[in-house]
Write a protein that binds this ligand. Structure first.
Ligand code: FAD
Ligand code: NAI
Length: 466
């Protein structure tokens, strides 16, 4: 007799959400977590701490630069970095405690230790030199991801840092060199830029934010440059000399050529993340990996070993917390005999900078490549009343719709609160809605979301305020 119906290995957003849903469906569930706290990368060293620092540093920036023009006179703000880090930690603690509460409320057993799969229905949990074997009908692997490293460059989390170290620097670096103009580089670059660092970003490709719509990325780069970011595109860091007081990074053109040396106090390596499967015993147990080291799954999240499933960052797809959560729900429902499903065509992505960048569905480049005939509707925030009165007019909304059917295929926004505004597009797209459906939906005035409605009107060449 199995002790549990389901054992979930890992308590990130994939794992803990899966455990809650499975419990709701009547299963007896345990989670295994090797970290001291629950919540995974997202709650401890990812989404949540980065958003706390983005918020706090944005307030610092606003107090220093935006209040005066609105007639709010304050003396120049000074930075108390330990208090800001404490603010971040309080946010982490609150969320981690929230997950502990959810485990209790849903009667999910929390087994502290490293989980190893011994075979179908058997998980070994080891901690402090002791181990126990747990029997279970089903296993879900939700072990997430780890930082990708640059060959020959050792991350010490003090001077050469990953996102984890960059979330916990004890002073503002004079010069911060960032390798990788992806989401982490631009979000954490924004934090330290606002707090006073000089930021240079070295990116291998000839553009920032690969995967996002090209037009949006171009405008975003211009905005970041106006904020003081410097970009070296089409370049790579090939080595870092750590012998002196200042780090000396060797930067080469990606296509080869003459190298230059850039000095920095701190280097942030943010070149992506890799699936984390260490210590799980997958090979011995017979769980197959794909060529990129991710756990291989079928469309129902099943691995090559009977009764073992996998979700989240450790499998293919965007490495996003909400994608992991939705997979957690879907796999619990599948195990319970229901029709769990994730629509991978409607997974939003948000970059939480100022302004924010958000996106759902296809980019213009993807539609061109697929040979899909499309129409474009765009609306700038300079023509949106609310943005004008707040004097925050950077950015625009871009809607891509099928030229024949008017069905919305992609929505891309750059602007303040873009991360909140994207969700009406997500709902519309889940229902297969058209640009006209969106354009005919009444939007409250005055809101920034009216720019979304206007962009939908612009698909039919009938925007009102432009
Ligand atoms: P994880 O959250 O990585 O959790 C995996 C858990 O498994 C960990 O707790 C780990 O300790 C545990 N574990 C691993 N192996 C074992 C084992 N053998 N036994 C027991 N436990 C084990 N995504 C967003 O959507 N929005 C954001 O704003 C965002 N910001 C981010 C900022 C940063 C700096 C970083 C690094 C990431 C960010 N992400 C963001 C990505 C997000 O954190 C991940 O997509 C998400 O955490 C993946 O969830 P997961 O459940 O698959 O794995
Ligand atoms: P990323 O994949 O977003 O960006 C990495 C960047 O580094 C790419 O632009 C890539 O071209 C570049 N790069 C790769 N090798 C390089 C090299 N040798 N030299 C120079 N540039 C190089 O990865 P990132 O920013 O590390 O984030 C990891 C993951 O975490 C992402 O998948 C992302 O989805 C997730 N994340 C999500 C956030 C959000 O949703 N707001 C916030 C932070 C992270």
């Amino acid at each position: 007799m199995a002790t549990y119906d389901l054992v979930v290995i890992g308590t990130g957003p994939g794992g803990y959400v899966c455990a809650v849903r499975a419990s709701q469906l009547g299963m007896k569930v345990a989670v295994v977590e090797k970290n001291a706290t629950l919540g995974g990368t997202c709650l401890n060293v990812g989404c949540m701490p980065s958003k706390a620092l983005l918020h706090a540093s944005e307030m610092f920036e606003e107090a220093g630069h935006s209040f005066a023009k609105m007639g709010v006179k304050v003396s120049a703000p000074t930075l108390d970095l330990p208090s800001m880090m404490n603010f971040k930690q309080q946010g982490i603690d609150g969320n981690v405690k929230g997950v502990e509460f959810l485990m209790k409320k849903n009667k999910v057993d929390v087994l502290k230790g490293t989980g190893k799969i011994l075979g179908s229905g058997k998980v070994e949990v080891s901690a402090d030199g002791k181990s126990q074997v747990i029997e279970t009908k089903n296993i879900v692997i939700a072990t997430g991801s780890d930082i990708a490293r640059l060959k020959g460059i050792e991350i010490d989390e003090k001077r050469i840092v990953s996102s984890t170290g960059a979330l916990a620097l004890d002073k503002v670096p004079g010069k911060l060199l960032i390798v990788g103009a992806g989401v982490i580089g631009l979000e954490l670059g924004s934090v330290w830029k606002r707090l006073g660092a000089e930021v240079v970003v070295v990116e291998f490709l000839d553009r920032i934010l690969p995967g996002m719509d090209g037009e949006i990325a171009k405008q975003f780069q211009r905005i970041l440059e106006k904020q003081g970011f410097a970009f070296k595109l089409g370049a790579k860091v090939t080595g870092i000399d750590t012998s002196g007081k200042t780090l000396k990074a060797t930067v080469e053109p990606a296509a080869g050529g003459t190298a230059e040396t850039l000095e920095a106090d701190v280097v942030l390596v943010a070149i992506g993340r890799v699936p984390y499967t260490d210590g799980l015993g997958l090979k011995e147990a017979g769980v197959a990996l794909d060529p990129r080291g991710r756990v291989q799954i079928d469309p129902h999240f099943a691995t090559s070993l009977k009764g073992v499933y996998a979700i989240g960052d450790v499998v293919a797809g965007p490495m996003l917390a909400h994608k992991a959560e939705d997979e957690g729900v879907a796999v619990a429902e599948i195990i319970a005999g229901q029709a769990g499903h994730v629509n991978y065509d409607v997974i939003p992505g948000v970059v939480y900078t100022t302004p924010e960048v958000s996106s759902v569905g296809k980019t213009e480049e993807e539609l061109k490549q697929a040979g899909v005939a499309y129409t474009v509707g765009k609306f700038p925030f300079t023509a949106n009343g609310r943005s004008k009165v707040n004097q925050t007019t950077d950015g625009f909304v871009k809607i891509l719709a099928d030229a024949k059917t008017d069905r919305v295929l992609g929505v891309h926004i750059i602007g303040i609160e873009a991360g909140e505004m994207i969700h009406e597009a997500c709902v519309l797209m889940e229902f297969g809605g058209s640009a006209e459906d969106l354009a005919r939906t009444c939007h409250a005035h005055p809101t920034r979301s009216e720019a979304v409605k206007e962009a939908a009107l612009a698909v039919g060449k009938r925007a009102i305020h432009m």
